[in-house]
Ligand binder design. Structure first.
Ligand code: ADP
Length: 496
């Protein structure tokens, strides 16, 4: 089976969020299952030719991609994923991708004004590459709105193309909150006529073009990154962000597959980024990591209370408004909190204000810092994810692996991956709360602190979490099954 995996981010080349982790690991896990998978993404400024030993992709040449009135040239290069035989291709164009940021300008924090055009260019260049790759493709696996037009190109633009008309498409939704909404003035650039923009048509969404909606409409099969989230996004506006109806129309073809975690990066037994390595059978290194974390935070080494970690983009999704409302009662408890994050200014200000008031108990690092993320996972006792919604969530999985007991809101992938001590004591790995209310969060923290006092219950919780299997191999097997289903569906439709 030959698959082209199209993504706007992939570790180690370019990362904004969880999509990059998925795209960095899933292709390798699929290759281990025997899939001939190639990855393609934009060649951002972070993709250094020398560092990654990039070579020109002679088989793909170069192509002038029409975007609006003019064309721009796409170049193609490739390398291997580090230490694997998985090939990754890059679409190059300095005008669109030779910038410091991926979606946003790091200087202003604003999204690039030409993001619509940038990703139309990318998708059209991908279609060119898909025709020329050696060996005929069976399936294109698209991820999020930056790839949303590709299923439409396959079904409409290339419907008579000898090579591409038989290629199936799977569209994976990693986060429905980001839909790729652009001005209708970009319709000519997409290559689709205005008839595709009439009300209720696949492209139109409240007067704007919606790339996510296009992907949902045209893909042969869809999935999200957890079973619960696949259900939630059909339920209403709260999780569906206006696309709940379109998703309900496709419910027969909508699946949920949990993300895995990359064991070679997130494993306390081998992690080179933490000062002390440890395992479920020997937890002694964990308390030493806690001491290192306390030092890093400038906290006193004394005291028995737990440290709660939180690593997150600072956005409305992640529940900082709940934290804001429990600050005083939270710090009346014997607990210290460390937060690592980048994002919206209002949350930066909030976190700095909390730090100003509770300097001995609260520390915030406003940075994107991978080594510090590892230290927080290894050195914290508890991990907090009070998300409003969470398609899958990776940090609770890392936390489980690192014996850092998660406190999560019961939504999406958080609901699917954490078992609550109160309701499922035999299988428990953490603490969950249901209502998106500050009191519910505070009650969960209090329950966690009570459990923390009982060392044997606590060690059991930690060990059970550490022994969970969230390997990519398990998820890759499910994707392989879904690929087969998608290809069968495409072939059946073409033969009828
Ligand atoms: P999302 O994709 O919504 O951002 P996930 O939990 O699925 O959330 O994945 C976030 C990923 O980004 C994790 O690997 C997390 O460790 C990482 N991350 C987020 N913020 C930071 C940060 N400030 N520094 C280092 N890593 C971060």
């Amino acid at each position: 089976m030959r698959v082209l995996f199209v993504t706007a981010e992939a570790v180690p080349f370019a990362k904004v969020g969880g999509l990059a982790d998925v795209a960095g690991a899933l292709p390798v896990a699929l290759a281990n299952q025997g899939v001939d998978v190639r990855v393609i993404l934009p060649k951002y400024a972070s993709v250094d030719d020398r560092k990654y030993s990039l070579q020109r992709a002679e088989d793909l040449g170069e192509v002038d991609v029409p975007v609006d009135a003019s064309s721009r040239r796409a170049t193609f290069s490739w390398t291997y994923y580090p230490n694997t035989a998985v090939k990754v291709y890059f679409v190059g164009n300095d005008h669109y991708f030779g910038r410091e940021g991926i979606y946003t300008d790091p200087g202003t924090g604003d999204g690039y004004k030409d993001n619509g055009e940038r990703f139309i260019f990318f998708m059209k260049a991908v279609m060119h590459a898909a025709r020329l790759l050696d060996g005929e493709l069976d399936l294109i696996h698209c991820h999020d709105h930056q790839t949303g037009l590709i299923p439409a190109y396959l079904k409409v633009t290339y419907s008579a193309d000898r090579v591409l008309s038989r290629v199936a498409s799977l569209f994976t939704i990693h986060n429905l909150a980001y839909q790729g909404l652009f001005s209708p003035s970009l319709m000519p650039a997409t290559g689709f006529g205005l008839e595709y923009f009439s009300p209720l048509s696949p492209f139109e969404f409240w007067g704007r073009i919606n790339f996510m909606k296009v992907g949902i409409h045209y893909a042969d099969v869809l999935n999200t990154v957890s079973p619960r989230y696949a259900q939630e996004i059909q339920m209403g506006e709260e999780y569906g962000f206006g696309l709940q109806g379109v998703l309900q129309d496709r419910k027969e073809d909508l699946y949920g597959i949990l993300n895995g975690i990359d064991d070679s990066v997130w494993n306390p037994e081998t992690d080179p980024l933490i000062p002390y390595r440890y395992s479920a059978t020997d937890l002694s290194g964990k308390s030493k990591n806690k001491e290192a974390l306390l030092r890093r935070c400038g906290f006193s080494p004394d005291g028995d209370g737990p440290v709660i970690g939180l690593i997150s983009r600072l956005t409305d999704q992640k529940g900082f408004d709940l934290l804001e409302q429990i600050v005083d009662p939270l710090f009346s408890l014997d607990v210290r909190v460390v937060v690592l994050g980048t994002g919206q200014k209002k949350y930066q200000d909030l976190l700095q204000a909390i730090q100003g008031k509770y300097r001995l108990k609260f520390r915030v690092f406003l940075a994107f810092d991978d080594p510090l993320a590892h230290l927080i996972e290894a050195g914290s006792d508890l991990f907090l994810m009070p998300s409003r919604f969470e398609p899958c969530g990776l940090n609770q999985l890392y936390s489980l692996k690192y014996g850092t007991v998660p406190i999560v809101r019961s939504t999406g992938g958080l609901a699917d991956t954490v078992q609550d001590l109160g309701s499922e004591p035999e299988r428990a790995t953490g603490f969950k709360f249901e209502a998106y209310e500050p009191e519910a969060l505070l009650a969960a923290v209090r329950r966690a602190l009570r459990a923390y006092q009982d060392r044997s219950t606590w060690q059991q919780l930690m060990r059970r979490g550490m022994q969970q299997d969230f390997s990519w191999a398990a998820s890759a097997r499910q994707y392989l099954e879904l690929y087969r289903k998608t290809i069968r569906k495409r072939r059946n439709e073409r033969s009828t």
